[in-house]
Design a protein around this ligand. Structure first.
Ligand code: ADP
Ligand code: MG
Length: 536
């Protein structure tokens, strides 16, 4: 019997944790509040105490300076916050969410395991994945896998690689909308295309409903100032609106009580009114579905979607299934919505083979598996007695900074493009700018915006710090002498650039830098988090 591995969906707005029960089925583990999901909101109560979940979410407007929401959007970015004189990075804040989830799960199950699989969106780039892994390490956890959310969702409904099918994963969460075309073939799960809107989710439906309720309240009660400017009123109504929205997923009508400066009213909203007020949001998701489908079909001509998997808490709204059916001919399959991803992560965790022990999880950031003689380069696990591989596409384009002699400007030339199938291995020839050039400088960049752009500032430099990114000591060469470049990106998204000057054989290899945190910062964060307790 292998050790318990917790599967964690570290969500933008809500997180969930699951494990395999004694019958080998994935089970969501409820939190201390008896809920299946926990708001991904952290409240810093004191230097040594923090609160994660509904209580922190309820206070977000009232204690805006001590509360952090939506931290997932900052993963991979170096954003420092100070609470009680101590520095917190996105990794540290996420680690507090993980710490609370695992602590509560250990209490509930009696397991002392600290092994976890954490899920990430399919579009997460190299840095964001590494940040997620580090969040686990800071929390003192043993991260045995990082898994793409749509793949986890597919695993949760028993999709195995014994079949040959194509799925469209529609994941509408609280703060993000993700679309993925997933091909499941003999022994492999392959992400064919991924797209979405990182700023669209249930919160937008909440806001639309908030505006609707507020205008009814103002109209019915004749208030002449703006109640929404009052943080207490705003927070109270926002919470009620989210509850009402969930009611409207089941019932035709929801009832809300509004109270402002002694004026009270009961407001009714019908499902029809709610759907009319949010139709533009739904349509936006449907347009993105079309766009993702187009991208997938251009890569795999003749691709046919066998089924849509409905994932994410907001896909519980009946308008989602109705909207999809009205525009696309595909059969729809419900998953457990906001629970599916954590369940799939637990299933995946049960198939991860124990790595050859490298001691008790020291703080080294290198994954132990990297040292093993691996076949292929995939994340291979065993499910139902079968060896299964997971392949992904590149989420962001990767390139090198070049110089345009005509415009006298730097630009990014891409060697690999978003949606390219991993692993990537591409070559190109670049040329020296002038005669007698003794060195060439190589700077690696990753696309930072939604779309690929040659403008340097639309990209993020991923050249490692602390190394000289130049080939020096070149022989005397004329202008326009070739430098051969090879970019390799592994299945895990680790990028390296190899450059060689062919006549001399002078060469250079650059590994993309993944971590935004320095080793000392990681160590410090581990210390801070280990000293912090969950408030009860
Ligand atoms: P994420 O992974 O983006 O954090 P989830 O998949 O957990 O998000 O979904 C959270 C969103 O789902 C929230 O906006 C929440 O209000 C919404 N939600 C949860 N249950 C329901 C429901 N029954 N009807 C409508 N929306 C729901
Ligand atoms: Mg999610």
């Amino acid at each position: 019997m292998s050790e318990d591995v917790f599967g964690i969906d570290l969500g933008t707005t809500y997180s969930a944790i699951a494990h395999m029960d004694e019958y080998g089925r994935p089970q969501i583990i409820q939190n201390r509040d008896g809920q299946n999901t926990t708001p991904s909101v952290v409240y810093f109560e004191s230097a040594s105490n923090f609160v994660v979940g509904q209580e922190a979410k309820n206070g977000a407007r009232v204690y805006p300076d001590e509360t952090v929401s939506l931290i997932k959007r900052e993963m991979g970015e170096k954003n420092e916050r100070i609470f009680f004189d101590q520095p917190f990075y996105p990794e540290t804040i996420s680690s507090l969410i993980l710490k609370q989830l695992v602590t509560e799960a250990q209490e509930a199950t009696g397991s002392t395991s600290s092994k976890v699989v954490i899920t990430v969106p399919a579009y997460f780039g190299l840095g964001e994945k590494e940040s997620t892994r580090q969040a686990g390490q800071i929390a003192g956890l043993d991260v045995v896998g990082i898994l793409a959310e749509p793949v986890a969702a597919a695993l949760s409904v028993g999709i195995t690689s014994a079949q040959d099918k194509c799925y469209f994963v529609y994941d509408l969460g609280g703060g993000t909308f993700d679309c993925t075309v997933l091909r499941v073939t003999q022994n492999a799960f392959e992400v064919v295309a991924t797209d979405g809107n990182r700023k669209l989710g249930g919160a937008d439906w909440d806001e639309a409903l908030f505006d609707l309720v507020l205008s009814k309240f103002v109209q019915e009660s004749g208030i002449d100032d703006d109640p929404a400017a009052d943080p207490e009123f705003y927070q109270g109504l926002m919470n009620d609106v989210e509850t009402a929205k969930k009611t409207l997923s089941k019932k035709e009508k929801a009832r809300l009580r509004c109270s402002y400066e002694g004026v009270q009213a009961v407001i009714f909203v019908t499902k029809e009114e709610f759907e009319a007020a949010t139709r533009h949001l739904l349509n936006e998701t449907l347009d993105i579905v079309q766009r993702t489908l187009d991208a997938a079909t251009s890569k795999v001509p003749g691709l046919n979607i066998d089924e849509v998997l409905l994932v994410g808490g907001s896909s519980r709204m009946p308008q989602v299934a109705e909207g999809l059916s009205s525009r696309f001919p595909w059969p729809l399959r419900n998953t457990e919505f906001d629970l599916a991803v954590a369940q799939g992560a637990a299933i995946y965790g049960s198939g991860v083979q124990p790595a050859v022990s490298d001691g008790d999880g020291g703080e080294g950031s290198a994954a132990p598996a990297d040292d093993l003689p691996m076949l292929g380069s995939g994340q291979e696990i065993v499910l139902d007695g079968r060896q299964v591989t997971f392949t992904n596409v590149l989420s962001k384009s990767v390139g090198v900074r070049f110089f345009n002699k005509k415009t006298k400007e730097h630009y990014i030339g891409f060697l690999a493009h978003a949606q390219d199938k991993l692993p990537v291995h591409t070559t190109m020839t670049a040329f020296t700018i002038e005669d007698h050039q003794t060195s060439v400088e190589l700077q690696l960049y990753e696309q930072s915006g939604e779309a690929e752009s040659q403008e340097v500032e639309h990209n993020k430099r991923i050249t490692p710090e602390g190394v000289d990114p130049r080939i020096t000591g070149l022989p005397d060469l004329p202008e326009g002498s070739p430098i051969e470049l090879t970019l390799s990106i592994t299945n895990e998204g680790l990028a390296s650039l190899h450059a060689v000057e062919p006549t001399s054989g002078h060469e250079l290899t650059l590994e993309a830098s993944l971590s935004t945190m320095q080793p000392e910062e990681l160590e410090q964060a581990r210390g801070i988090v280990s000293r912090m307790d969950i408030s009860i």
